[in-house]
Design a protein around this ligand. Structure first.
Ligand code: SF4
Ligand code: SF4
Length: 383
C-alpha cells in the first residue's frame, strides 16, 4: 500500500531532485545511532527522511544542511537507503529557491568564487600555481608520467601549501616525471555538488575534463580524498575514464618499487585518522597505515574509532564552508581521542581534516598540544 503524502507536490519535487530513496526507509533509527551529530546535539536523519516522505520538509530549515556526508549511516542501514543522496536532493531544492539558513550562507559566496575563479577561497585563478615556484615543478605536458591535480586548499591555503610542497619534493626525490596544470586547474567540484549546486559542479567538472583531454592526461595523482572521489567515481558520469590514484596509494607503489627510499627515523607516537572520503567512501584503509609502518622509529597507535568506524572531522558535504558552533565541532572530539591514546602526532590525508584539526588544536593548552600532519609531510622528513 502506498503512503499518501499530504504535500504531494513537495514529495514529487524531492523525487525529481534525486531523493526518491526515502521510499525504502522503515524508520528503524539505526542511522541516528551512528550519526556523529548525536555526539554534540540531537539530530535525526530518520526524521529528515520521514518528513521528506510526507512532503513536510522545511526547505528554509537547517536540518538537512547538517549532514557531513560521512557515510556512517549508509553503512548501517538495513534497507540500503541512500541518506546522502536524499540530503543532497533537499539542498538542490533549497539552492533552486535560493533559501539558505544563516549558517549556510557562506556557501553562496563560495559558489560565486567557484563560478568566477574556479576555487572556493576567493583567490585569483592565475595565482593557483604560485605555491610551486622554487620547487622544481613543471607545467604538465603530454607524455609525462603523471598529472599532479593539486586541489584548491593545497594550492592557496597557507597551512596546506606545505602539503603540496612536500608532495612535489617527494615526487622529485623519487624521480617521477610529473607536472601541474596551474591556472588551468579548477576545483574538482565535490563539495559544491554535495551542497546542492549541480550547475556549478557540472561547469567545474566539464572544464577540468576538457583541460585533461586537451593536455593528453592519462594518469592523475591527487592529495585530497574529495578530489579522489570525484575524479574517480563521478567524472565517469561524463563518459570519461582517467586513471586516478591517491598519494597514499602512490607512496606505497614508489617505496615498493624502490624509487623512494626511507633513510631517516621518526621517533614519535603517531595515530592515523581515516578521512571519510578515503576510508568509508573508497575503502582505502590499509595503504596509509602501510606507509606509516614502513618508517623506522614510528609507533602507530589506533584511536578508539578507526577504519570503518572513523569519526568524521565535520568538513565533508560542504560543511567546511558552513558555520559550526564551537561546542558542535567533531574535530575537537577527534583531537581528544588522539590525545587519549597519547599520540604526539595526529596524521591524516585530507585538507579538510587538517583544517579542522588545526582549528581544534588552537584551543589546546600548550602542555596538551599535538602535531597535525599530512602523511606526505612525515614521509618528506625521512627520505
Ligand atoms: S537506518 Fe535506514 S531504514 Fe533505518 S531509519 Fe535510517 S534510513 Fe531508515
Ligand atoms: S552521512 Fe554521516 S552525518 Fe550524514 S546523516 Fe549519515 S551519519 Fe549523519
Amino acid at each position: 500500500m502506498e503512503t499518501v503524502a499530504p504535500f504531494k507536490e513537495i514529495v514529487d519535487e524531492i523525487k525529481e531532485a534525486g531523493g526518491e530513496t526515502f521510499k525504502l526507509c522503515y524508520q528503524c533509527g539505526k542511522c541516528d545511532a551512528v550519526c556523529p551529530w548525536n555526539k554534540v546535539i540531537t539530530f535525526s536523519m530518520r526524521k529528515v527522511i520521514r518528513e521528506a516522505a510526507f512532503g513536510l520538509t522545511d526547505v528554509e530549515g537547517d536540518s538537512f544542511w547538517r549532514c557531513t556526508t560521512c557515510g556512517k549511516c549508509v553503512q548501517q542501514c538495513p534497507r540500503q537507503v541512500k541518506q546522502i543522496e536524499l540530503g543532497v536532493s533537499l539542498r538542490r531544492i533549497a539552492t533552486e529557491y535560493q533559501v539558505f539558513p544563516t549558517s549556510v550562507k557562506p556557501v553562496r559566496t563560495m559558489s560565486g568564487s567557484l563560478a568566477g575563479n574556479g576555487n572556493p577561497l576567493n583567490e585569483e585563478r592565475q595565482n593557483r600555481g604560485d605555491w610551486a615556484k622554487d620547487h622544481s615543478v613543471k607545467p604538465f605536458a603530454e607524455g609525462m608520467e603523471i598529472l599532479y591535480f593539486v586541489g584548491c586548499y593545497l594550492s592557496y591555503d597557507a597551512r596546506l601549501k606545505k602539503v603540496a610542497v612536500a608532495t612535489a619534493d617527494i615526487l622529485n626525490k623519487a624521480g617521477v616525471e610529473f607536472g601541474i596544470l596551474g591556472a588551468k586547474e579548477s576545483c574538482c567540484g565535490e563539495s559544491i555538488r554535495k551542497a546542492g549546486d549541480e550547475d556549478v559542479f557540472k561547469r567545474l567538472a566539464t572544464d577540468n575534463i576538457k583541460t585533461f583531454i586537451d593536455a593528453g592526461v592519462k594518469k592523475i595523482l591527487v592529495s585530497s580524498p574529495h578530489c579522489y572521489h570525484t575524479l574517480k567515481n563521478e567524472y565517469p558520469e561524463f563518459m570519461v575514464n582517467f586513471e586516478v590514484i591517491h598519494i597514499n596509494q602512490y607512496l606505497v607503489e614508489l617505496i615498493d618499487e624502490g624509487r623512494l627510499e626511507i633513510t631517516g627515523e621518526y621517533n614519535k607516537k603517531v595515530t592515523y585518522h581515516d578521512p571519510c572520503y578515503l576510508g568509508r567512501h573508497n575503502d582505502i584503509y590499509d595503504e596509509p597505515r602501510e606507509v606509516l609502518e614502513k618508517i623506522p622509529g614510528l609507533e602507530l597507535i589506533e584511536m578508539v574509532e578507526s577504519r570503518e568506524n572513523s569519526l568524521c572531522c565535520g568538513g565533508g558535504g560542504g560543511r567546511i564552508w558552513m558555520e559550526t558552533a564551537k561546542s558542535e565541532r567533531f574535530s575537537d572530539i577527534r583531537v581528544a581521542q588522539a590525545q587519549a591514546v597519547e599520540a604526539q602526532v595526529l596524521a591524516t590525508s585530507c585538507p579538510y581534516c587538517i583544517t579542522n584539526f588545526e582549528e581544534s588544536r588552537l584551543s589546546l593548552e600548550p602542555e596538551n598540544d599535538i602535531e597535525i600532519k599530512d602523511i606526505t609531510e612525515i614521509i618528506n622528513e625521512v627520505i
